[in-house]
Design a protein around this ligand. Structure first.
Ligand code: ATP
Ligand code: MG
Length: 560
């Protein structure tokens, strides 16, 4: 797959390990928490984890990190599975859950206590925080740190049996309250939660924390390389400490890489979930969302996303990737495969006065100039057409080369037409009709006498065209980094682009597109790539614009 080729520092480590005989097979995992939908940042992690496993003949497990029953939902579990498969990856039989290991994790907790490396702490959550110290000051030992093994075992069991309310006790690892690394200051490894879990129901009243569950789940699955994002670098000593204390089957190597950041959007699930719940977007799969489901609905192909992940590479330092790179990848992909059609988003009538009143003819149009195997189709042409309102100006400035009074232009695949007059609404003064004559000798769009025109316009036959709804999208945020002012108390939602969605109800498209299959990609000539939305109903197709044909933003930047 196209995720494969690039070398990176993680591949170097894996190759060295394999060459040294450290492992027979590479085993990685992708460990999402089912508390939201996957986004394009997750795609980077998926492509990396599944990609290296595939390339080195190993495997990648899909593991749900479901240790917090209060935030998790089976809806997310199903969506995540769907998205990973859609992206083109397969975990085969290797679907796991942290909750599969709750009994083992509890037993390991008991073992830590027995080895004098774990204790039940009965400080309040606020006191635990206070006793932890700061970046510059060491923490203070909990008064419960030296409880006897018997007392600890007894209390931990009672915690498990639901004998205590939430927040009264926790199990902590006994490491070092003076450690310069705050993660090592006796971290909490189990807390009491009286919440039903979507898989284990009411069986458990204690739940493990992420740091504790993650390394042990990795070890139980025989993971060789545990790839995670950079913010876990400071957690690595804890990852290693826990595995060093306990009789685990293996000790995976944690390796951190930089997460993907994209400008003009947000990527944390907490923020994405707010966009949905507070109604800034319609759903997790709103085409403006950077979620995989949103990108899919927008018209992105899995291939274009994998291509993007391969292009951005994997490195050890944080950076921000420009949205135009993602757009480049989808254009590149759709250019090769999308059927070209003509659609008019903002129609104005064009009447060809010297064309027979009731006549019509079928003209040949090319389906994809990039791929002759896609062939041609026949498009109806008649006396009354629609063209884009923007393609006509009554009093054009110097650089406007499209249709204007007295000027000749080409209608794509059809004829040369010359504008003779315009008809206006007497009340509003709006142009309601552009009246032209055509030159029958220019059929197909070529002039026999070598006459040149400066513009080619798309059009549809007024009599034959179908109606369609179109949704045009712009960036969801006005600022490259919408979260940058959060420390100053300015919420990221304040930078939302109020014009990120434009709905046009009354577009006209070539006949034959009345009932397209949702998810199908088209290029509307001159307008961009469009994808059929799932809101389409028979006779009322709705199209989402995936992306414009060129990078309009780059052009604007250049002009400035
Ligand atoms: P978020 O902050 O969006 O909630 P998360 O890390 O909490 O992300 P998880 O479901 O825990 O989300 O992530 C699963 C895996 O995906 C983790 O290994 C995580 O490192 C990786 N991941 C998440 N976001 C990104 C990103 N932006 N770039 C690369 N990898 C990511
Ligand atoms: Mg997480």
């Amino acid at each position: 797959m196209e995720t494969a080729p690039r070398s990176n520092f993680i591949r170097d480590i894996i190759e060295a390990d394999l060459a040294a005989g450290k492992h027979e097979h590479v085993i990685t995992r992708f460990p999402p928490e089912p508390n939201g939908y996957l986004h394009i940042g997750h795609a980077k992690s998926i492509c990396l984890n599944f990609g290296v496993a595939e390339d080195y003949g190993g495997r990648c497990n899909l593991r749900f990190d479901d240790t917090n029953p209060k935030r998790e939902d089976p809806e997310y579990v199903n969506a995540i599975k769907h998205d990973v498969r859609w992206l083109g990856f397969d975990w085969g039989e290797h679907l796991y859950h942290a909750s599969d290991y709750f009994s083992d994790l509890y037993a390991f907790g008991v073992e830590l206590i027995k080895r004098g490396k774990g204790y039940v702490c009965s400080l309040s959550p606020e006191d635990i925080r206070k006793f932890r110290g700061t970046l510059t000051e060491p923490g203070t030992n909990s008064p419960y740190r030296d409880r006897s093994v018997e007392d600890n075992l007894d209390l931990f069991e009672k915690m498990k049996n639901g004998e205590f309310p939430e927040g009264t006790h926790v199990l902590r690892a006994k490491i070092d309250m003076a450690s310069p690394n705050i993660n090592m200051r006796d971290p909490v490894i189990f807390r009491i939660l009286h919440a039903a879990h979507h898989r284990t129901g009411d069986q458990w009243c204690v739940y493990p924390t992420y740091d504790y569950a993650h390394c042990l789940s990795d070890a139980l699955e025989g993971i060789t390389h545990s790839l995670c994002s950079l913010e876990f670098e400071d957690h690595r000593p804890l990852y290693d400490w826990i595995l060093d204390q306990l009789p685990v089957p293996c000790h995976p190597q944690q390796i951190e890489f930089a997460r993907l950041n994209l400008n003009y959007t947000v990527m944390s699930k907490r923020k994405l979930s707010r966009l949905v719940s507070e109604g800034y977007v319609q759903s997790w799969d709103d085409p403006r969302m950077p979620t995989l489901s949103g990108l899919r609905r927008r018209g992105y192909s899995p291939r274009s996303i994998r291509q993007f992940c391969s292009m951005i590479g994997v490195a050890k330092s944080d950076n921000i990737v420009d949205m135009s790179m993602l757009e480049y990848c989808v254009r590149d992909d759709l250019n090769k495969k999308a059927l070209r059609v003509m659609a008019v988003l903002n129609p104005v009538k064009l009447v060809i006065t010297n064309y027979p009143e009731d006549g019509h003819e079928m003209l040949e149009a090319i389906n994809n100039p990039e791929d002759s195997a896609m062939g041609t189709r026949m498009v109806p042409f008649c006396r009354e057409l629609y063209i884009e309102r923007d393609d006509f100006m009554e009093d054009p400035p110097k650089k406007f080369f499209r249709l204007a009074p007295g000027r000749e232009v080409r209608l794509r695949y059809a004829y040369f037409v010359t504008c003779q007059e315009v008809v206006k609404d007497p009340q509003t003064n709006e142009i309601v009709e552009i009246r032209c004559t055509y030159d029958p000798a220019t059929k197909g769009g070529d002039s026999p006498d070598g006459r040149k025109v400066k513009a080619t316009l798309h059009w549809v036959s007024a009599r034959h065209a179908a109606k369609a709804g179109v949704r045009l999208y712009d960036r969801l945020f006005l600022k490259p980094n919408p979260a940058e002012d959060e420390k100053k108390g300015i919420d990221f939602t304040e930078h939302i682009n109020p014009d990120s969605l434009q709905v046009i109800d009354d577009c006209r498209i070539e006949p034959g597109l009345e009932n397209p299959d949702p998810g199908t990609n088209y290029q509307f000539e001159r307008l961009g790539y469009f994808c059929v939305d799932r809101d389409s109903t028979p006779g009322n197709p709705v199209f989402n614009r995936t992306v414009t044909l060129r990078d309009a933003w780059a052009k604007i930047k250049k002009q400035k």
